[in-house]
Ligand binder design. Sequence first.
Ligand SMILES: [Zn+2]
Length: 486
Amino acid sequence: MTAGTRHLKRFVGATIAMVTCLVAAGCTQPISGTPTTAGSVSPASVAGLPATHGPSGPRPGADDANIPVENSAGGRTDRLAANAIADIQAYWKDAFPDAFGGRAFTPVERLVSYDSTGPGIDLCRQSTAGLPNAFYCPIDDAIAWDRGRMLPRLENSFGPMAVVTVLAHEMGHAVQQRAGVLDSSTPALVLEQQADCFTGAFFRHVAEGAASHFRVSTGEGLNNVMGVLNYIRDAPGETGFAGPRAHGSAFDRISAFQHGFGDGPKRCVEMSADSVKQRTTQFKSWKDLQETDLPVDRGSVDVIEKSLRQVFDDTGAAPPRIITRKSPCPGREPTSPAFYCPETNTVSLDIPGLRDIAGPPATDERKSGYGDFAAYAQVASRYALSVQKAAGLSLNGATAGLRTACFTGFWGGSLLEDPIGRRNPVGRVRIAPGDVDEGVAALLSEDGLIAADLDGDRVVAGFARVEAFRIGFQRGLGACIAEYRR
Ligand SMILES: [Zn+2]
């Protein structure tokens, strides 16, 4: 986030303009995204499936797929990958004709395993030596994976479903090739977004219990899968709409995954350069905006408080007092690192706790941080409770938690240099793509308040938490009210 003078030049001319969006559904801008029926987002479901806590991973007792893998070492990683490919291809055998006018799906010509730490083999006109990757190669119609480094690392960090996630994405590129979508004129980001969308469509099939070798719960299971997409997002410097290596920010990738999961491959096929441009958070000048961190101190809190007052001004809600010490709130157990007391309309902050969240990602010894936006989004979430209280909305329960995430997303979306949906820029605080990714990482974690109700309770499905944040970010406050009514 930036609030100081570093980017001041950019902001000359951006006078402090109030948002014109009241708590009314009519004022939101049409944005390409999941069209949901008003009031249709149920906190107990994940895109229409029940939120579940069951086991995720390989199905115990399932026979290994009988599928030839070139250069295989025959080890566990290769078996895991081959089983994943078998399930993904079984899915496309049915889904491809549906999505592409009845045409049949042909399996990928070659599946190749290699060890990037060993001697290279020639594949896709390159050597695999020192190439920790998994990829689809259109020249050879091959899906290849590094069993030496890449897949074991992913599995170590995220479990076996991480391998399935990455291979489903690569198969998405094979599907594009077969469908004739993949051509040199299509921007890389569109292809990547669509492959993530296809990945989401496949995971719905897994979540429905229809895959032979794998299962995934819609609660923690999908949280983990989306965590993988977050992890393999573009590194700084590789971002941008047109870059050859553009995969999109974590927010973009998870959004695309959710579209596929919710609406199936037909929705992915509709993705075009235009629709992705409209939606992508990396469009225009934003891609050049590098993140600078706001420190967590009273001065920054004042800046954030001002921004929150501006963003929520038109709701007419009396702004809460924001204090950086404990304050009594009889009969209530305070949440940490921020707490809203409805009786006194006060948000009290624990600055060291916010600093932990703003800190860098975890090392072995210390708790994970997510970045400054994630920290200030905690503050925004408690502020959002005061706005909900003023509007006579419930502050407790799953819907209140998701509506809080939605309001917090609305605040985040109002801090764009060039806001999606053309809402007016507000104040001096600006966010960069990395900021939103911090918010998404925090939303997928099992702590924090962005999607929590007054008591700090969250719905289990990270899918629903991110979806709520995105609805507010892209469609504004009116959509939050319409979608999270009860
Ligand atoms: Zn890709």
